[in-house]
Ligand binder design. Structure first.
Ligand code: HEM
Length: 423
C-alpha cells in the first residue's frame, strides 16, 4: 500500500530541499511525519524506503533472500560482474576470493603504506596554503587502495586516472537517468575506456612476472579468473574502496572544523599517545562521523518476493531502499540524534542492534569495513600530527548525494606545518 505525504508535508519537504540543497532534508521530513516506511514520490519513480533497526534487520539478515543486489542501474553497466552487483553463488565466490586480502588479519601489512602515501600527499602542501580535504583525501585513498590491493604505486598515474575516476563516479551517481533510464550518457566513454585500459595494463604486467605477492589481484589471478572478470572486481574495489574513504576523511574534517573544542582535544590526545596506539577519541570521532554522514547513506535492492514491514508491504518487482542515514538519526535509538557527540560511543550507551550500520550488515556487509576504519585512523592521526587545519568554508557545506554522501563544494582548510616530531 502506498504511503504518500500530504500537501503540508510535501511543502515542508520542498522547503527543506531548498534550504539544505540536498534530498536528505526532505527524507528527514518524510521520516518525521510519515514514519519508517514510505514511498518516495518522484515523477515516474516511486521507490519504497524503510528505516529503523527492525526494518533494516529484515533487509540485511532475516529476509535478505527476498531481495537482489543486481539492478538495472548504471552501476551494473560499469561494474558488470563485480561482486557488488552480483547475487547468489557467483557473488559468494568472488567475495570468498577477495575477503582474505582485506580482512583484519591482513591489515598490519598495510599500515606502513597507508602512512607513507599520506605523508607523500602532505609533502606537497605549502605552509599556510588552503587545501581541499575532499581532493586531498581522495588522492590519499586512491593511492592506498592501488598499492594495498593491486601492488601498484599510483603516484605517477594520478594525473592520467584522476578525471576518469571522477567520471566513473559521476556515471553511477543519481541523475536524470533515474527518470529516463535510456537517456544518452554523453562524455563518459573515453574516460571509462582510459580506466579500463589502466586496469588491464596492471593485470597484464602482473601476469608477466612471477610475482610472489599475496594481494587481492594475485588472489584473483591465482583463482584462474579471466581478465574481464578480474577487471570487474578490481574496478569494484577501486571505486567502493576509495570513494567511501574519501567521503569519510572529508566529513571528519568538516566536523572537526565545526567543533573546535573536540578538534583541540583530539590533537592533544594524539600528541600524548604512542604513535601506533591512537586515543579512544579518534575512534569515537570516526564513528560519530560515520553515524551523522554515512558515506553510503542508502542501500539499494530489487525486491524478488513481497516483504512485510511494520508500515506496509513492499511487493515483488519494486525497488527498495534501506536508509542508513535515517536509521542512524532515529530518535528512538539515539539521544540528540542530529548532534555531533563522539563521546556517546565511549559512554556505554548501547544502541539497539542494526541502529548503527555504516557498513551495512549480514552476509553482504562491507567487505572492507576493517580496512576502511584502520585507514581512517592512520591517515587522520598522521594528518593531525603533522599539520594544523583551520576551516575556510565550513558554513557553506552541504551534503551532496553522489555515489557517496559528499561534503560539497569541498572542505577548504588552511594548513600549517606543526613541526611535531612524535613521542
Ligand atoms: C569508510 C569506508 C567504507 C564505508 C562507510 C563502506 C560502506 C559500505 C556499505 C554500507 C556497504 C553495504 C551496502 C548495502 O548494504 O547496500 C558496503 C559494501 C561493500 N564495500 Fe564498503 N565501505 C567502506 C570501505 C570499503 C573498502 C575500503 C572496500 C574495499 C577495500 C569496500 C568494498 C565494499 C564492497 C566490495 C562491498 C559489497 C560487498 C558485497 O556485496 O558482498 N568498502 N560498504
Amino acid at each position: 500500500m502506498m504511503q504518500g505525504p500530504g500537501l503540508e508535508v510535501g511543502l515542508e519537504a520542498g522547503k527543506a530541499f531548498l534550504k539544505e540543497r540536498s534530498p536528505l532534508g526532505p527524507l528527514r521530513i518524510m521520516f518525521k511525519h510519515v514514519g519508517r516506511f514510505f514511498q518516495i514520490p518522484l515523477f515516474f519513480f516511486h521507490p519504497f524506503l524503510v528505516a529503523g533497526p527492525e526494518a533494516v534487520r529484515k533487509v540485511l539478515v532475516t529476509e535478505q533472500q527476498k531481495v537482489a543486489w543486481r539492478n538495472p542501474d548504471p552501476v551494473t553497466d560499469l561494474l558488470r560482474q563485480g561482486v557488488l552487483v552480483m547475487d547468489g553463488e557467483e557473488h559468494d565466490r568472488y567475495r570468498r576470493l577477495m575477503e582474505p586480502a582485506v580482512a583484519r588479519l591482513a591489515l598490519p601489512g598495510f599500515s606502513g603504506l597507508m602512512l607513507r602515501q599520506t605523508e607523500r600527499v602532505m609533502a606537497q602542501w605549502q605552509n599556510g596554503q588552503t587545501v581541499d580535504m575532499l581532493v586531498e583525501g581522495r588522492k590519499i585513498a586512491l593511492l592506498i587502495v592501488l598499492e594495498a590491493l593491486f601492488g601498484v604505486d599510483g603516484w605517477d598515474d594520478l594525473p592520467r586516472i584522476w578525471t576518469p575516476i571522477l567520471k566513473a563516479i559521476e556515471y553511477i551517481s543519481p541523475g536524470a537517468w533515474i527518470f529516463w533510464r535510456k537517456i544518452p550518457r554523453l562524455g563518459y566513454k573515453k574516460h571509462l575506456k582510459t580506466l579500463d585500459d589502466y586496469l588491464y595494463g596492471i593485470i597484464r604486467s602482473r601476469r608477466a612476472v612471477a610475482y610472489p605477492s599475496n594481494d587481492l589481484l594475485q588472489h584473483l589471478i591465482n583463482a584462474g579468473l579471466n581478465d574481464e572478470l578480474i577487471r570487474d572486481q578490481m574496478l569494484t574495489m577501486l571505486i567502493a574502496g576509495h570513494d567511501t574513504s574519501t567521503a569519510l576523511l572529508a566529513w571528519v574534517f568538516v566536523l572537526l572544523g565545526q567543533n573546535p573544542a573536540t578538534h583541540a582535544r583530539l590533537v592533544s590526545e594524539l600528541d600524548a599517545a604512542e604513535p601506533d596506539a591512537p586515543p579512544r577519541l579518534l575512534d569515537d570521532v570516526i564513528k560519530e562521523s560515520l553515524r551523522l554522514y554515512p558515506p553510503i547513506h542508502i542501500g539499494n535492492r530489487m525486491v524478488k518476493e513481497d516483504i512485510h514491514f511494520a508500515g506496509g508491504i513492499v511487493p515483488a518487482g519494486e525497488r527498495l531502499f534501506y536508509s542508513i542515514y535515517l536509521t542512524q538519526r532515529d530518535p528512538q535509538s539515539w539521544e540528540q540524534p542530529d548532534d555531533f557527540c563522539p563521546e556517546r560511543f565511549s559512554q556505554g550507551f548501547k544502541q539497539p542492534p542494526f541502529a548503527y550500520i555504516p557498513f551495512g550488515g549480514g552476509p553482504r556487509a562491507c567487505i572492507g569495513a576493517a580496512f576502511g576504519q584502520a585507514e581512517a585512523r592512520i591517515v587522520i592521526a598522521s594528518l593531525l600530527r603533522s599539520f594544523t587545519f583551520e576551516p575556510s568554508n565550513a558554513g557553506a557545506i552541504h551534503a551532496h548525494m553522489g555515489a557517496t554522501l559528499e561534503p560539497r563544494p569541498g572542505v577548504l582548510m588552511r594548513v600549517k606545518r606543526r613541526g611535531f616530531v612524535g613521542k
